[in-house]
Design a protein around this ligand. Structure first.
Ligand code: FES
Length: 71
């Protein structure tokens, strides 16, 4: 899904940027140029960043737990 039409940035690209090292909305914005023109996508872009960062953090925390339960 396109998040930023001005820059042609998708939610997948935002997620990839976070998995590749971006750790904040500011990092994503500087890397992908999201919300750098009309700014209408800023709220959605922030939401995708927030959701992805919490997935990353929760994934790291629960990975060991999931292995423990599966064992
Ligand atoms: S839609 Fe992202 S800057 Fe315009």
């Amino acid at each position: 899904m396109y998040v930023c039409l001005c820059q042609g940035v998708t939610d997948g690209q935002i997620r990839d940027a976070i998995y590749e090292g971006c750790c904040s909305y500011r990092d994503v914005r500087e890397t992908l140029g999201v919300a750098s023109q009309c700014g209408k996508c800023a709220c959605l872009a922030k939401q995708v960043v927030r959701d992805t960062l919490s997935e990353v953090h929760n994934g790291q925390r629960t990975a060991g737990f999931a292995e423990f339960v599966a064992a």
